[in-house]
Write a protein that binds this ligand. Structure first.
Ligand SMILES: Nc1nc2c(ncn2[C@@H]2O[C@H](COP(=O)(O)OP(=O)(O)OP(=O)(O)O)[C@@H](O)[C@H]2O)c(=O)[nH]1
Ligand SMILES: [Mg+2]
Length: 388
């Protein structure tokens, strides 16, 4: 995957800006003795904001921008002048990006719409200047609030492509061939396993003016849940699909068993996938004569609508599209916009993505010391309890 342009998983380190400190200044001018406190407030630290962008289709840009730091708020000044706010940093992501805490794997949020903005990390509030604290009994307070500390968090961004139909099958089942036959997509096709190394989408035109989106993902094999083949990580791209199209070639030794294996791997990845509506296509049927076909028809898995197809001759393709269209549009298959995201199991994450933050940039760490000394924390806790 290293050279690929399709990046659906990145880990980045984010840090919001620290709040600027309030000033402890006293007014000084000729002939004005005891001018009084006039220290201004510190500025707010910059936020880290996520924003959906429908023109993006991969997380690639973030690969080269693995640290996203907002700037700190500036300190307040004399004459009650405010410190400048830190600058926010906006991270643009494709629609369908889910965000997880990289340490705990906890699901944090998801961007589902173009232009949608989510505040991932809040910038620290600026501290109040000393003039706020003048009272009748203490007219010259020598203290001002420090700014709130910055927040730092490593997050994992995962892109889940949005399609209507997701293709599920062993390598070489003919998934990409089908996509190329019924859409304008031109996926690579070859007679060796794992031709498809990354997901792709195709738009299937249906009866003139209608269309739906089909996702071709790399083939899965028995044991994929334990990491065999390309593993199961691509299955997240069909988590949001309304319908799953299982594909098993006509020359399979045991279609029923193959189907069970595929289903088991799917459940292993996410049990919710088993609740999706399923359709089975027996592919490469141009290789069958009528007799063989009748034999296979007797041994199909039960409870799943099945179509015999050939992407080469076009046999069964219209029937398949009709069936898929019905399933996509049936009331109970509408994908809810609020889908549940399981937390990531961080122990299972792919190694390749993990190196950068903690090894590569050890030196850089010192350039950005986090000044969140304990006394400041305590100060703010007290403040919060006072202010409710
Ligand atoms: N005879 C016949 N061969 C087919 C048909 N569909 C696909 N094939 C052949 O099967 C082989 C695999 O096809 P692909 O479309 O690459 O299979 P895939 O499921 O995308 O495979 P991976 O990407 O490796 O998972 C190719 O040699 C295709 O030419 C079909 O309908 N009939
Ligand atoms: Mg393929």
């Amino acid at each position: 995957m290293a050279e690929s342009n399709f990046i659906d998983y990145v880990k980045i380190l984010c840090r919001s800006g620290k709040g600027g400190a309030g000033s402890r200044h006293f007014h000084r001018a000729k002939y004005v003795p005891k001018g009084g406190p006039d220290g201004g407030d510190g500025g707010r630290g910059g936020h880290i904001i996520l924003k959906g962008n429908r023109h993006m289709w991969t997380l690639l840009p973030l690969r080269y921008q693995r640290h996203v730091f907002a700037t700190d708020g500036q300190s307040g000044g004399a004459g009650r002048s405010f410190g400048k706010d830190g600058e926010d940093r906006i991270i643009e992501v494709p629609v369908g990006t889910a965000v997880f805490d990289a340490d705990s794997g906890e699901f944090l949020c998801e961007i589902t719409e173009d232009g949608e903005e989510i505040k991932l990390l809040r910038g620290g509030k600026g501290g109040l200047g000393n003039w706020h604290f003048a009272t009748s009994t203490n007219r010259a307070p020598r203290y001002a609030q420090p700014g709130q500390p910055a927040i730092e968090k490593a997050v994992i961004l995962e892109l889940k492509l949005l399609g209507d139909v997701g293709l599920v099958g062993f390598p070489n089942a003919g998934k990409s061939t089908l996509l190329s036959a019924i859409s304008a997509a031109k996926p690579k096709i070859a007679d060796y396993p794992f031709t498809t190394m990354e997901p792709s989408l195709g738009i299937v035109n249906y009866r003139g003016d209608k269309s739906f989106v089909m996702a071709d993902i790399p083939g899965i094999i028995e044991g994929a849940s334990e990491g065999k083949g390309l593993g199961l990580r691509f299955l997240r791209h069909i988590e949001r699909n309304a319908v799953l199209l299982f594909m098993i070639p006509a020359d399979s030794n045991d279609i029923r068993k193959d189907y069970e294996v595929l289903l088991k791997e799917l459940k292993e990845f996410n049990p919710e996938l088993a609740d999706k509506s399923r359709v089975l296509a027996v592919s490469k049927c141009d290789m069958l004569d009528d007799e063989l076909r009748d034999e296979i028809a007797k041994e199909l898995p039960e409870g799943i609508p099945t179509v015999f197809i050939s992407a080469v001759t076009g046999q069964g393709l219209t029937e398949l599209k009709d069936l898929l269209w019905r399933e996509i549009n049936s009331e109970e298959n509408q994908v809810k916009s609020t889908m549940t995201h399981r937390n990531l199991d961080v122990r299972h994450r792919v190694e390749e993505e993990d190196e950068f933050i903690f090894h590569q940039d050890d030196t850089e760490e010192d350039d950005y010391p986090l000044d969140d000394s304990d006394w400041e924390d305590e100060f703010w806790e007290e403040e919060d309890s006072v202010n409710g």
